[in-house]
Design a protein around this ligand. Structure first.
Ligand SMILES: [Zn+2]
Length: 131
């Protein structure tokens, strides 16, 4: 059985971030540790893969970069990163915001004025605009 994954792109270079069922980021922690993270392409799923020597501490801030053009993916929303997503079912382009804090489960899928929130730590998306 093969199910098509959502497609993810860098908002700056529009390079594809998916490889073989993972979404790949170059990351850097506040302790200045650098490493690659592979996230699930399924929205609202928070497992990730990493090298054994690159560990994240719960609650630490992680900067996400495009592994292709090295753009900082930090969003204009507090403590979140943003990438583009093309839905596998509707072929629509969304902005996907996710928390840069390790262990924080909040993701927002935005198209036009429509916001869908995922994760137990998600809050009112509008509140993120104003703090
Ligand atoms: Zn890029």
């Amino acid at each position: 059985m093969s199910m098509k994954d959502n497609d993810y792109m860098c908002p700056k270079c529009r390079g594809h971030l998916n490889v073989d069922g993972n979404v790949i980021f170059a990351t850097r922690t506040k302790r200045n540790h650098k490493g690659l993270l592979m996230l699930s392409p399924k929205v609202g799923e928070y497992r990730y893969k990493h090298h054994d020597k690159f560990q994240l501490e719960k609650g630490e801030m992680v900067d996400f970069e495009c592994p292709i053009c090295q753009a900082d993916l930090t969003a204009d929303k507090k403590d979140h990163a943003m990438i583009l997503m093309v839905g596998s079912e509707d072929n629509m382009e969304y902005r996907l915001y996710f928390s840069k804090v390790a262990g924080n489960r909040s993701t927002y899928l935005v198209a036009n004025d429509n916001v869908e929130a995922f994760g137990e730590d998600a809050m009112d998306f509008d509140e993120l605009l104003y703090d």
